[in-house]
Design a protein around this ligand. Structure first.
Ligand code: 13P
Length: 325
């Protein structure tokens, strides 16, 4: 078993999942502001300390994805975040993309940037304690989107990122997110997700990325958030698993879903329903952001007398997702 395969399997097995706490400075700041917390560097640090010091986190969380700012910050006890995570038996991951920017010639569509200097940044993150990385591409469903050009530009970047990570010793989380925004049907989401994953795996093959040393982080196949016809939990589970079976090679050790704006309980229900569908060739787990930490942030709201209650709210989601597996 290669070192990368061993890490990838640790990330997705034993009924554990990955916690995404890697919001960019801009996104994290607006989430803090929404709950009345001043968006300072220190408040972002304190909030992330609350998250990672949740008791028994390692029972249900195999890895935490951090942003560059957090990766270099310290907990109150002086340990860096990666050091602390290593001490509690949780892998430290780093988001290495630099965000989705408008794609030339494709109005309304974006391409994720961050390849320049990535080899050197990977080497530095490895020195600082990272074992895996994340890069998120966003694909928008609209009347005339996604365009072929946006899908190809995004999967090309994902494949080059994945190759650079593996070369430097990090397991790449490969995240092509088909957004839930819009009023499209489940069928449309399924068509687009199928196409994106097909083109992605063709590109990973071109770049000779070792599939047994990646973790795929896709969206679930759902209807658009504004669609009047919302499918049942079973329909989402079935459509998602069928889409993955048709596109994801069996050598991929695990698939860890993003939550994408689904309500926390709904995301958990979908994950649970998928596990009961015939034997699956890969581990299916969670790599949720909002669906794991949302209730904790709502509970804390910057009030440290709510510290324990907020950690309980995170624990509840983490334990429920582990149980759903
Ligand atoms: P959500 O689960 O909130 O969609 O976030 C997951 C993630 O890491 C997005 O890149």
């Amino acid at each position: 078993m290669s070192a990368l395969n061993k890490i990838a399997r640790t990330m997705v097995s034993n009924r554990r999942g990955i916690l995404a706490a890697d919001e960019s400075i801009g996104t994290m700041s607006s989430r803090l502001e929404q709950v009345g917390v001043e968006p300072t560097e220190e408040n972002r640090r304190v909030y992330r300390e609350l998250i990672v010091t949740t008791p028994r986190l390692a029972d249900s969380i195999s890895g935490v994805i951090l942003a560059d700012e957090t990766f270099r910050q310290k907990l109150s006890d002086g340990r860096t975040f990666p050091q602390y995570l290593d001490d509690i038996g949780v892998l430290a991951g780093i988001k290495v993309d630099t965000g989705a920017k408008p794609l030339a010639g494709a109005p309304g569509e974006k391409v994720t940037e961050g390849l320049d200097g990535l080899r050197e940044r990977v080497a530095e993150y490895v020195r600082l304690g990272a074992t895996f990385a994340k890069w998120r591409a966003v694909i928008t469903i609209g009347e005339n989107t996604p365009t072929d050009r946006a899908v190809r530009a995004n999967v090309h970047a994902l494949a080059r990122y994945a190759g650079l990570c593996q070369e430097g010793g990090l397991v790449p989380i490969v995240e092509p997110e088909v957004l839930m925004d819009g009023a499209h049907s489940l069928t449309r989401c399924r068509e687009v997700t199928t196409f994106v994953l097909q083109v992605l795996f063709a590109e990973l093959d071109v770049m000779e990325v070792e599939l047994d040393g990646i973790v795929l982080k896709p969206n679930m196949v759902v209807a658009g958030a504004d669609s009047p016809e919302q499918p049942s939990v079973e329909e989402v589970a079935r459509a998602t698993v069928e889409t993955l079976r048709a596109t994801v090679p069996e050598s991929v050790p695990g698939i860890a879903f993003l939550s994408g704006g689904q309500r926390p309980e709904v995301a958990t229900a979908h994950l649970g329903a998928m596990q009961s569908l015939d034997p699956l060739p890969w581990e299916l787990t969670y790599s949720f952001g909002r669906a794991l930490v949302g209730p904790a942030l709502e509970t804390w709201r910057g009030d440290n007398s709510k510290w324990t209650a907020a950690q309980d709210a995170l624990s509840e989601r983490a334990v429920a997702n582990a149980a759903a597996r």
